[in-house]
Design a binder for this molecule. Structure first.
Ligand code: HEC
Length: 106
């Protein structure tokens, strides 16, 4: 190998090394940022059972009518009966929350 050739190979290696460093530097800042800003999954249901009862069940009668001690089975019947009166009052998911809340509270 001539001296010239060694210099040439050395420069080539240097070039490749700086290329590797360069791409390494430009890529790394993106990684730590990660997905921190990710939004929490947004469900259709945003209200709790208590809030649903306050907003939806007081539309036709006062909440006095609701807030009474009842059996779990009665709550199921009442909730279904109220939904029958106003079909888009609660979604299935919301009705479940309402029923759970009423059964636990009263
Ligand atoms: C569309 C109007 C309407 C909505 C909305 C409504 N109700 Fe009623 N509710 C009535 C009417 C009218 C009565 C009385 C006649 C009857 O009992 O069916 C009643 C009666 C009741 C009773 C029986 C009260 C008693 O004296 O025995 C309960 C319990 C009740 N509602 C709970 C609820 C709950 C819980 C919700 C929410 C999920 C709700 N209601 C939403 C119209 C409504």
């Amino acid at each position: 190998m001539t001296g010239k050739r060694v210099v040439c190979v050395a420069m080539l290696l240097l070039f490749l090394l700086s290329l590797a460093l360069f791409t390494g530097c430009t890529q790394s800042p993106n990684e730590p940022r990660g997905n921190n800003q990710e939004e929490p999954p947004q469900d259709e249901v945003t209200l709790t059972g208590a809030e649903l009862v306050e907003t939806r069940c007081a539309q036709c009668h006062s909440l006095d009518r609701v807030s009474r001690e009842r059996e779990d089975q009665d709550w199921l019947e009442h909730t279904e009966r109220m939904r029958a009166k106003s079909p888009d009052l609660l979604t299935d998911e919301e009705a479940k929350l309402v029923l759970e809340y009423l059964q636990e509270t009263y």
